[in-house]
Design a protein around this ligand. Structure first.
Ligand SMILES: [Zn+2]
Length: 319
């Protein structure tokens, strides 16, 4: 069920075999949601690489996006970084109390896996908006190595090869977009506020406007985030989703007046309504909250946590 790809980092060939822990991620801990209708077991692939100092680094990829052959991408896990305590060990947030040098080393390790430099990366400034910014080579390093000159940017699009877009997570939904026809990409952060604001559709519109992308040509991935069973919301939030997307996106919870919201399904429905083919959408079956030892979860940790990151860049022609 799990495929493991080896990545050779810095000339140190990966040697270790993966242990059995990964079987628990979707099976034991996650039986209820792992096999929900529509979720494909192989939507996400678990990967293992060795860092330069011989530590095992785990990351996740979407075969659907790899198949386009024009992007490098991944979603981080907690394993393989240098941060300690609640940030252990692969934390990408520099503003939650972790040491900046640790965060930068974690970025360096991911750059090794991606085959790029940290200097090539540019980060969002997430505030639960549906604002989208077209990123260019001039933005390289922003939000990671140097200050951003933009704010309130939850979505980014680009058609410049070599630039790697970065967004941050700890339960909210990562949305990846690839247009193999126009060679353009998008990456967006979509929590409940972004999702009720139809962030996925806004991204499709932004890519149409900026690059001429057609919805039917787009590939999208809905990344690891909080599942329906773990995501209790108030009635007003649930009502907004039920009105917009129908009965299946939220179900009454065990606590009166509370609902369980399915952000995975909500984002999938929005992408379909925006014109994407169902066969062009990969949906996570890994929940951050169920797997908070493996992935950072805001809910599971009551806010004491680091941040995961999504990375997406267009390959350069020589790659
Ligand atoms: Zn869950």
């Amino acid at each position: 069920m799990f495929q493991i790809r080896r990545t050779d980092m810095g000339g140190h060939p990966a040697q270790k075999q993966k242990s059995a822990w990964d079987e628990s991620i979707r099976n034991e801990q996650h039986e209820q949601t792992a096999h929900r209708p529509g979720a494909v077991d192989s939507a996400i692939q678990q990967n293992c690489a060795l860092t330069r100092d011989g530590k095992e680094l785990e990351y996740l990829t979407f075969p659907l996006l790899e198949q386009t052959k024009i992007v490098r991408h991944l979603f981080s896990t907690r394993r393989g970084g240098v941060s300690c305590g609640e940030f252990s060990s692969m934390n990408f947030s520099a503003d939650r109390g972790d040491k900046r040098e640790n965060v930068l080393e974690n970025f360096r390790r991911m750059a090794d896996v991606l085959g790029c430099q940290v200097e090539d990366m540019a980060a969002s400034h997430q505030t639960h908006t549906t604002n989208i910014r077209r990123m260019t080579a001039e933005d390289r390093g922003k939000g990671i190595l140097r200050p951003r000159d933009y704010c309130d940017v939850d979505g980014m699009v680009t058609n410049e090869a070599g630039l790697v877009l970065v967004t941050f997570y700890a339960d909210c939904v990562p949305l990846y977009f690839v247009d193999p026809v126009h060679k353009a990409i998008g990456l967006a952060h979509s929590g409940w506020r972004g999702t009720v604001g139809r962030m996925g559709e806004r991204m499709v519109e932004a890519m149409a406007e900026e690059f001429g992308s057609r919805p039917e040509d787009l590939y999208a991935a809905i990344g690891p985030s909080i599942c329906r069973d773990c995501y209790e919301v108030s009635e007003d939030v649930a009502t907004a989703f039920l009105h917009m997307l129908g009965d299946e996106v939220a179900v009454p919870g065990e606590v009166p007046g509370k609902y369980q919201l399915d952000l995975w399904l909500a984002n999938e429905l929005i992408l379909r309504q925006a014109g994407l083919s169902p066969s062009h959408i990969a949906v996570t079956d890994i929940c951050t909250c169920h797997n908070s030892e493996y992935l950072f979860s805001h809910r599971a940790s009551a806010g004491k946590r680091g941040s995961l990151a999504a990375f997406l860049g267009l390959k350069e022609a020589k790659d």
